[in-house]
Design a protein around this ligand. Structure first.
Ligand SMILES: [Zn+2]
Length: 141
């Protein structure tokens, strides 16, 4: 997804909504035996500041499919993560992204948001008791 800052300014659209999808991104899936099972749905609002910084507040949503970390049963889980990137034209600070020539690509920020929202474990149920051999990882003595 590309945003053209010049165009937003020309049309005086300094604030607005963003709705788009990106294809499933398995590079962002950090859990073993798990895959991205849907497109990444992205919804947010943007605000173009006077210094040409673009601030976004939004969410990423996607479906994960994989083996339950305890019992290995296949589960699907709807995931949701915060997507609040800020794009600046000059030197980016901390969590900011930079852009050039009035064009901003949002894709990397979406990928980062998906990665940050990745769960540490995927469970078929919070109370999953697991099976003996699947639960040995953390109990090596
Ligand atoms: Zn389970």
């Amino acid at each position: 997804m590309i945003i053209d800052i010049r165009k937003l300014k020309a049309e005086r659209r300094y604030e607005g909504e963003l709705h788009f999808t990106l294809p499933p991104d398995n590079d962002a899936v950090t859990l073993p035996l798990t895959e991205a099972a849907s497109e990444i749905r992205v919804d947010g609002t943007y605000r173009l500041m006077e210094d040409d910084a673009l601030e976004i507040t939004g969410k990423v949503r996607y479906l994960l499919r994989g083996a339950c970390s305890r019992c290995l049963k296949t589960v699907e889980k709807r995931m949701e993560g915060e997507w609040n990137p800020c794009f600046v034209k000059d030197e980016p600070q901390d969590e900011e992204y930079s852009y050039e020539r009035d064009v901003i690509s949002l894709d990397q920020s979406v990928k980062d948001a998906v990665m940050l929202s990745m769960p540490y474990v995927l469970l078929c149920d919070e109370n999953c008791a697991g099976i003996e051999y699947a639960a040995t990882n953390e109990r090596t003595e």
